[in-house]
Write a protein that binds this ligand. Sequence first.
Ligand code: ATP
Ligand code: MG
Length: 116
Amino acid sequence: MKLVVAIVRPEKLTDVLEALFRAEVRGLTISRVQGHGGETERVTTYRGSTVKMELSEKVRLEIGVSDHFVEPTVGAILTAAQTGEVGDGKIFVLPVERVYRIRTAERDEAAVTPVG
Ligand SMILES: Nc1ncnc2c1ncn2[C@@H]1O[C@H](COP(=O)(O)OP(=O)(O)OP(=O)(O)O)[C@@H](O)[C@H]1O
Ligand SMILES: [Mg+2]
């Protein structure tokens, strides 16, 4: 299994969710986050010290998938989240050691396969 972590523009979230639904991706977690991706620097104050760090609002998606789902998941996000301008975001694919579905105590592949 893998955990696909994608940081995308908030205004692209609806498109990304639609593309993921079309790719038959079902379980996911979304958070609103702030990130830095090397944008033009500006002086801000953080805990009393002056730092140069532009932060932008982004959306973080976490999607646990079995290995054969990685490419369709990544492909859906790449297509739906791209504007071609700097700041489109990042996709990370992380190895996952175990997954449990709490309701049934199923694990691994069985636990990431959508039910119903
Ligand atoms: N190396 C990184 N590690 C973790 N998060 C990152 C990393 N790079 C970018 N991000 C996240 O992705 C968001 C968007 O980054 P961004 O799209 O600017 O990446 P980039 O590599 O600089 O690409 P671009 O050249 O298009 O700007 C950031 O605000 C941050 O939340
Ligand atoms: Mg950047």
